[in-house]
Design a protein around this ligand. Structure first.
Ligand code: E4P
Length: 267
């Protein structure tokens, strides 16, 4: 499974790349806003984005999202982003939402137009496998089903829980598996699994990026499904490494190394 890091913070991108586990980067306007507010207040946004692309380098695709909702505007913005930034490290992918508002089916025509121009698209805000199928047919290079947001939706709509009161963002999904959403989806991981199955049935080149990942267990679930890529926030990557018995073990080994006289070998 390829791992993308789901952040626009250069500090996090650099750190995760140094671990040797990063194959790409995904950003969205909310992540860019957080990054700029925390580590780039004195920088122009264009310079900050250029820096992200340089840090990632040519072999790691970086998704940058448009801001408009109409196809003609999204196409224009995508072309501007691509022209301005792809020359830096040849790694820009444009994120286009599958849809905007009811009755405005702007995502697919945007994906079609950009794919025909050779601009790679990551189709975002995928909440059903059917949306992913249409995005792949229209030419998307990647589709991003949002596992965490589907779990939130099931908890709030089906269980009547209140976000921030009954559960916190990142909690493991307490759904009992008996219910489904209006579209027959049982969980965020189920959305990812059905999306992967459908695209593999028809041999699309489109890769599935399990997105909106909120905890280590979701990463395990989508890896067991065999998803092509998971885009993971830095905090979740950290949590994948932690276990109290690992910490206890390293403490004991360090103490015993001292007692055994290892220090002499290294001095
Ligand atoms: C990545 O491509 C998505 O924009 C991101 O995973 C969304 O995550 P969120 O639902 O935690 O905001």
């Amino acid at each position: 499974m390829k791992i993308f890091i789901d952040t626009a913070k250069i500090s996090e991108i650099k750190e995760a790349i140094s671990w040797g586990i990063v194959d790409g980067v995904t950003t969205n306007p909310s992540l860019i806003r957080k990054a700029v507010e925390s580590e780039a207040r004195d920088m122009q946004l264009e310079d900050y984005i250029s820096e992200i692309l340089k840090v990632a380098g040519p072999d790691k695709p970086v998704s940058l999202e448009v801001m408009s909702v109409k196809a003609e505007d999204m196409i224009r913005e995508a072309e501007i982003l691509y022209d301005k930034f792809n020359g830096i490290a040849n790694n820009v992918v444009i994120k286009i939402p599958i849809n905007t508002y009811v009755g405005y089916y702007e995502g697919l025509k945007t994906i079609k137009a950009l794919s025909e121009e050779g601009i790679p698209v990551n189709c975002t805000l995928i909440m059903t496998p059917e949306q992913a199928l249409l995005a792949a047919k229209a030419g998307a290079r990647y589709v991003s089903p949002f596992a965490g947001r589907i779990d939130d939706y099931l908890r709030t709509v089906k269980l009547g829980l209140k976000a921030g009161v009954d559960f916190q963002k990142g909690d493991y999904y307490p759904w009992d598996g008996k219910g489904v959403d209006d579209n027959g989806i049982r969980s965020g991981s189920d959305l990812v699994e059905k999306t992967v199955m459908i695209l593999e049935n028809y041999d699309y080149d489109t890769e599935v990026i399990a997105s909106s990942i909120r905890n280590a267990r979701q990463v395990r679930e989508v890896a067991m499904i065999g998803v092509h890529i998971a885009t993971i926030p830095f905090k979740v990557l950290e949590s994948m490494l932690l276990h109290p018995k690992t910490e206890e073990g390293i403490k004991r080994f360090s103490e015993d190394a001292e007692k055994a006289g290892y220090r002499e070998i290294f001095s």
